[in-house]
Design a protein around this ligand. Structure first.
Ligand code: ATP
Length: 143
């Protein structure tokens, strides 16, 4: 018989590899339709994620919360394993703040130019880039 799990396992996977792998009490993520909290024995789901932060309260440290900036992707829960697959994801301690600041400024400039030239594609891409940069800056502040 399968042993009953006492904690969630949380994995975050990107094309760069496994960037997070810990046991957790709770995971909170933002899906495209709202915030989702996952505790032990959550029903199986697969949902698309927003560009936002994921927070994880680990079992081995009551006081600490891990924060991860995810660039969309999907979240699956099955058998107490939470798997997040995203194009990019960074833990708060791995975020290069000045790089994110530069990306934000670049995106803001591009947005202004795209508005002036009515370039809808460029505007949309720059708005997503701005969102990614702002999310990284937000997550880095939890450090
Ligand atoms: P930039 O314009 O600075 O490259 P970007 O949003 O275009 O930002 P992405 O394409 O989302 O970057 O990511 C490319 C790679 O760089 C990924 O591995 C991602 O984790 C990493 N990355 C991007 N920005 C940062 C950052 N500020 N700190 C740490 N890693 C980052």
């Amino acid at each position: 018989m399968e042993e009953k799990k006492q904690a969630l396992t949380v994995n975050v996977v990107t094309p760069d590899g496994l960037i997070y792998d810990h046991n957790a009490q709770i995971v909170v993520a933002r899906t495209v339709s709202g915030e989702l909290g996952i505790l032990l024995n959550h029903a199986p789901i697969i949902v698309p994620l927003a560009i936002d932060e994921v927070r994880v309260r680990r079992v081995d440290d009551e006081t600490h919360v891990d924060w991860i900036a995810v660039n969309g992707g999907i979240l699956e829960v099955r058998n107490n394993v939470v798997t997040i697959i995203a194009d990019t994801a960074e833990r708060e301690r791995d975020i290069d703040v000045s790089r994110a600041e530069r990306a934000k400024q670049r995106a803001e400039r591009t947005i202004e130019e795209a508005k002036a030239t009515q370039d809808a594609d460029s505007l949309r891409r720059a708005e997503v880039a701005l969102h990614r940069a702002m999310n990284r800056l937000k997550v880095s502040k939890h450090n």
